[in-house]
Ligand binder design. Sequence first.
Ligand code: ZN
Length: 200
Amino acid sequence: MRLMTSLLMIAVLTACIGRSSYSPTAGLARLCNDARIYGAQVGEVDGNGACGIGRAVTISEIAGVQLNPSATLNCRSARTLADWIENDAKRALRGTGGRLESMRVFASYACRSRNSQPGARMSEHALGNAIDIGEFVLNNGTVLNVERDWGNGNAGAALERLHASACGPFGTVLGPLSDRFHYNHIHFDTADNRSSSYCR
Ligand SMILES: [Zn+2]
């Protein structure tokens, strides 16, 4: 009987410990020494000088938001993204009746020039500083699609608030009003624009 009690105690304790460390991201590694960032450790991405990331991470979930597909960034940009989701995006979505659940990633790390134009400067994507988001999905079923909803009604207004809220936390924010390359996504990057952010 005493043995049974002991075994039961151990089972209960194990269950409690298991629960306290439970995460919806079970099986994924915690990244960048940040309890908000989960996915896979990548390490060095060697881009032959022009591109690359010293310590890259591929993020599946950040600040409770799923990334579809997962995005490869450096840790500084990952933390900026987590801060923006937690603070600014949350505020921007107030009034929509929903909370950000997932984001559709159109691009993250890519060794290419700006907008993939020959002869253009290297993109912030080439350094792991940038992420392109085409769609924001809320937990109440609302889908904010940049291509479809920008400039239209409540969804368009929510997208504009998201865009504006990222200006400051990110060094550059480019939406459909910036140029023809951004008609279907918002580009966020952590480039250091010295005195102020560049947002269009
Ligand atoms: Zn971009």
